[in-house]
Design a protein around this ligand. Structure first.
Ligand code: FES
Length: 148
């Protein structure tokens, strides 16, 4: 994984580069580490509060400590009806965390998502944007094993 310092440094001379830098960091990390925001403030020579303001203004950016693998569970109606809550329970049990939390080893974060456009094969989860369709509680252990 590229160092966020290197990534942010690339945009130093670009006008409005902080937003592009945040995009690039999030692409690499799946979120923007708080330290990266502090570093961006230095590089773009703006107050820290402003660097945070930019990062939190756009809902697309996720600032904070998310795990290396972000698992999102679609909770829109079709997935819900198809049994998404059983999948949620299985994920929470397997990882030992609740929705919205990150495992203590920093490997997994669980989040809810809106419809991800795969409603023909509900319930759906995504791991780092890769969709898994027709997920059942029984399939969870095997799916997670790919990422452990
Ligand atoms: S409702 Fe879950 S993918 Fe569309």
């Amino acid at each position: 994984m590229a160092d966020y310092r290197e990534i942010i440094g690339t945009y130093k001379e670009v006008p409005g580069g902080i937003i592009e830098a945040y995009h690039a960091v999030q692409n690499e990390y799946s979120y923007i580490p708080e330290d990266a925001v502090d570093y961006a403030a230095q590089i773009f020579n703006i107050p820290k509060a402003k660097a945070y303001g930019v990062a939190t203004f756009y809902s697309y950016f996720k600032v904070g400590s998310r795990g290396k693998n972000v698992i999102r569970i679609c909770e829109s109606a079709p997935c819900h009806i198809a049994g998404a809550d059983k999948v949620v329970a299985a994920l929470e049990k397997e990882l030992g965390i609740k929705m919205g939390e990150t495992t203590s080893d920093g490997k997994f974060t669980l989040e809810f998502a809106e419809c991800v456009g795969q409603c023909q094969a509900t319930p759906v989860i995504t791991i780092n944007s890769k969709p898994y369709e027709d997920v059942t509680a029984e399939k969870i252990a095997a799916i997670l094993a790919e990422y452990k």
